[in-house]
Write a protein that binds this ligand. Structure first.
Ligand code: AMO
Length: 444
């Protein structure tokens, strides 16, 4: 009978193990990978293997069997036995001189184009249809390693600050964010929706865990194709109780960003280098009131204020430009958004009830986060729902939070793809989503 012990059964070495070998261990090692690139030098061949977390150079002297030579084809999966040598000119500083090469799996068809270029010259529109192969390219693969690094950094920081990780339903009975951008679905004879955000659930969990976070997909039925909207995106949400004011949330986000950007620099350097991503340094992030920000850019760039209730994308760009120029910051918090544009759960500013205790974070010209303090008093919440034309009876389970006691609290939601897109200086959000969902795309 086979008994699983949990011990490692695959003896092939990964890159980190290859780099740690002492001289006695460098002979007759075995490793595996996919052939990323082949360069025929006449007497010998350079084989670049694509492995977990990077590339490794192998040298094959062409003295092997016919079978071995036939295995030399890009995207074939192979196992290699050989000796490891230091080679400063090679990627990772080592190379493997091949003694034996075994074909594990053969690529039936050639790729539609050469995948191993440093920069792929392919239009985004065409690329999206063939992402399963395009992602084999090192540049593209690195983008989503950075995505992983961002999420790991956020998660580590939130864990260090006593947040509980939660997983909330994505099939829901009511929209949390208002507006028309909600997907409807048929649910066993009932009307249901795809969650626009985990807003209600993260708030409901405040009296229970005090600090919660979730990183997961949310859905928005945006009907227009823009470079900054997806129909499904990853939302990084956190919510915290016993706050003094919304600056506690702003500070928590600033700490999370500082930690994560340093975490990326310490742990994701090879990927940052491949993408040539410029990772910003944060010491402090300036905060500016919505109304003041509007006026500042109106004055500086001689623009008319068209929409007094929201920021146009061009205004976000200009506010970022101004704060970069005058305060040296690539991030800026815009605070106190008008009540008119904020959802019913946003707390009004007691000093001016036309505005809310809420904020957006702009990074390199674009909104990446929305957050703020929430209403925790039952009567105030019911009243505000009515003022927004909503029926409190439709929200009885959400209102249990307010009815049965809850501390002052607030939180935020960040669009992961928007943050990544700006971090790697891409113009279209689809470049920062592995398999983007937009109005035209359900496949791949
Ligand atoms: P909001 O609706 O502003 O707020 O969304 C929060 C953040 O999510 C990102 N985002 C999107 N990214 C890609 N495609 C979209 N269609 C899209 N829509 C939004 C943006 C935005 O800043 N519940 C609140 C958050 C909170 O207050 O906790 C919310 O969801 O980066």
């Amino acid at each position: 009978m086979i008994k699983a012990t949990g011990e490692r059964t695959i003896k092939d070495l990964c890159i980190s193990e290859l780099l740690k070998l002492n001289d006695d261990e460098k002979k007759n090692i075995t490793t595996h990978g996919t052939i990323y690139n082949i360069r025929d030098m006449g007497d010998f061949v350079f084989i670049i293997l694509r492995k977990v977390n990077g590339l490794i150079q192998c040298v094959y002297d062409k003295t092997g069997s016919e079978e071995e030579k036939l295995a030399l084809k890009e995207e074939n999966a192979v196992r290699i036995t050989g000796d490891v040598y230091d080679e400063p000119r090679a990627v990772n500083g080592i190379e493997i001189r091949v003694k034996e090469l075994t074909l594990i799996s053969c690529a039936k068809n050639d790729l539609p184009f050469s995948i191993n270029k440093k920069r792929l010259n392919i239009a985004l529109e065409n690329e999206m249809a063939i992402r399963p192969v395009v992602l084999r390219n090192e540049h593209r693969r690195s983008i989503f390693k950075l995505q992983e690094g961002i999420v790991r950094g956020f998660r580590k920081y939130l864990e260090m600050n006593d947040f509980t990780e939660i997983f909330t339903p994505k099939i829901v009975s009511a929209g949390a964010e208002g507006g028309a951008n909600i997907f409807k679905l048929e649910y066993f004879g009932k009307k249901a929706f795809l969650a626009q955000s985990p807003q209600f659930y993260k708030q409901m969990l405040i009296p229970i865990y005090e600090r919660v976070f979730e990183i997961g997909p949310v859905f928005r039925a945006e009907k227009h194709d823009t470079a900054r909207h997806l129909n499904e995106y990853i939302s990084v949400d956190f919510e915290m109780g016993f706050i003094n004011d919304f600056y506690d949330i702003i500070n928590m986000e600033t700490g999370m960003l500082k930690y994560t950007l340093n975490y990326l620099k310490d742990n994701y350097e090879p990927f940052i280098e491949k993408i040539n991503a410029q990772i910003p340094e944060i010491t402090e992030i300036p905060c500016v009131k919505f109304r003041d920000a509007k006026e500042m850019i109106s004055k500086k760039y001689n623009r008319k204020i068209k929409d007094p209730y929201d920021l146009e994308p061009e205004e976000e760009r200009l506010i970022s430009e101004l704060f970069k120029e005058e305060y040296g910051s690539e991030f800026v918090f815009v605070t106190h958004y008008p009540v008119k544009k904020r959802p019913f759960y946003a707390m009004d500013d007691p000093e001016n009830e036309k505005f809310t205790l809420s904020f957006d974070l702009l990074f390199r010209g674009m909104e990446i986060t929305t957050g703020g303090q929430r209403i925790h008093d039952y009567d105030t919440q019911v009243e505000k729902m009515k003022a927004k034309g909503l029926n409190p009876d439709d929200f009885t389970s959400y209102l249990m939070l307010h009815k049965h006691g809850c501390p002052p609290h607030g939180g935020l939601g960040m669009g992961l793809e928007r943050f990544l897109m700006k971090l790697i200086d891409e113009k279209n959000i689809r470049s920062a989503s592995m398999f983007p969902r937009d109005t035209l795309r359900l496949v791949p």
